[in-house]
Design a protein around this ligand. Structure first.
Ligand code: SF4
Length: 89
């Protein structure tokens, strides 16, 4: 499989509740958010589309959710140049 071709069709998250990646619409306590994001990132770590997904999220400026193993704060840090892509997961 070419992970760059139709990568979203092969995404591991397709078989998970989107709430795991995006959280509830209401306020989410920090401890719950960190636990949820860690679980979502663990799914991403097994996904063949991780690189394509991450590149999409970073270049398109996705503000919300876990994409390509990166949470919202991770992407903000990356864009601010505080952390390299290699160390972000
Ligand atoms: S890297 Fe994560 S968010 Fe992206 S497609 Fe794969 S499982 Fe979904």
């Amino acid at each position: 499989m070419d992970p760059d071709l139709d990568w979203d069709q092969h995404a591991r998250c397709r078989s998970h509740d989107p709430m795991l990646f995006f959280g509830p619409n209401r306020f989410e306590p920090k401890r719950e958010r960190l636990a949820r994001e860690a679980e979502a990132k663990a799914v991403c770590a097994t996904c063949p589309c991780l690189r394509a997904c991450r590149e999409y999220a970073v270049t398109s400026g996705e503000l919300y959710g876990v994409w390509g193993g990166l949470g919202e704060a991770d992407r903000r840090d990356l864009l601010a140049g505080r952390r390299s892509v290699a160390t972000a997961v």
